[in-house]
Design a protein around this ligand. Structure first.
Ligand code: ADP
Ligand code: NI
Length: 191
């Protein structure tokens, strides 16, 4: 049984994404939350609620989807649940440390940030990562070849960028699957 603030955060992002972003990213955020909790289970020193809220809200102010400033959507939710200003700032710092564009590839300073970043990266790998890559390419009207190039530009690099041991373990299987998909794809296309 999840805490009320967690079930409310799930409702909040489901509504936020369906109203403002065509349903974009609700499922991604839920998967990131689940992976983050799996990693967090292996790290008793971390703050589980902080990990859960940062994971669920990590794309709530994504610039590709929303024109908000200063994590306004995440802050609005946390304020409505009487989360202290100090804790809200901590959660927003985690969210901002996860995004590559905002932290220019630096490793998040806190263990909670490292966990959420690993969980976000896991979702770009494996079967789901492959599905997301071709969905992204399709949305942008790109030929398959360009999405395949994205494997080399990003997806195959993620395994070695994982922050946590538990994240690395989960990444291994997904990495092997990426490689086997690529092998099969290149054999079929003769590229
Ligand atoms: P997130 O913010 O969750 O880390 P992004 O918004 O950067 O993810 O990307 C969403 C999905 O689209 C990811 O699975 C990513 O790998 C994929 N993607 C991003 N850029 C490209 C691209 N140039 N070609 C194909 N897929 C891409
Ligand atoms: Ni994400």
């Amino acid at each position: 049984m999840e805490k009320k603030i967690i079930t409310d955060a799930i409702k909040y992002i489901t509504d936020l994404f369906s109203t403002n972003a065509g349903g974009h990213d609700t499922e991604h955020s839920l998967r990131v939350w689940r992976s983050a909790m799996r990693i967090a289970e292996q790290i008793p020193s971390c703050d589980y609620d902080r990990v859960a809220l940062a994971a669920l809200l990590h794309d709530a102010d994504d610039h590709k989807l929303f024109a908000t400033e200063d994590n306004a959507n995440a802050r609005a939710f946390l304020r409505s649940h009487n989360v202290t200003e100090e804790e809200t700032d901590r959660i927003c710092r985690i969210i901002n440390s996860v995004s590559f564009s905002q932290n220019r590839g630096r490793r998040p300073e806190t263990i909670e940030g490292q966990i959420v970043q690993d969980a976000d990266r896991l979702d770009a790998m494996g079967a789901v990562g492959i599905a997301r890559t071709f969905a992204f390419g399709g949305e942008h009207g790109r030929p398959l070849r360009e999405s395949v190039q994205h494997f080399y530009d990003k997806l195959l690099l993620l395994r070695d960028l994982m922050n946590t041991g538990a994240g690395r373990e989960l990444a291994e299987k997904r990495h092997v699957f990426l490689e086997s998909f690529l092998r099969e794809y290149l054999e079929e296309t003769g590229e």
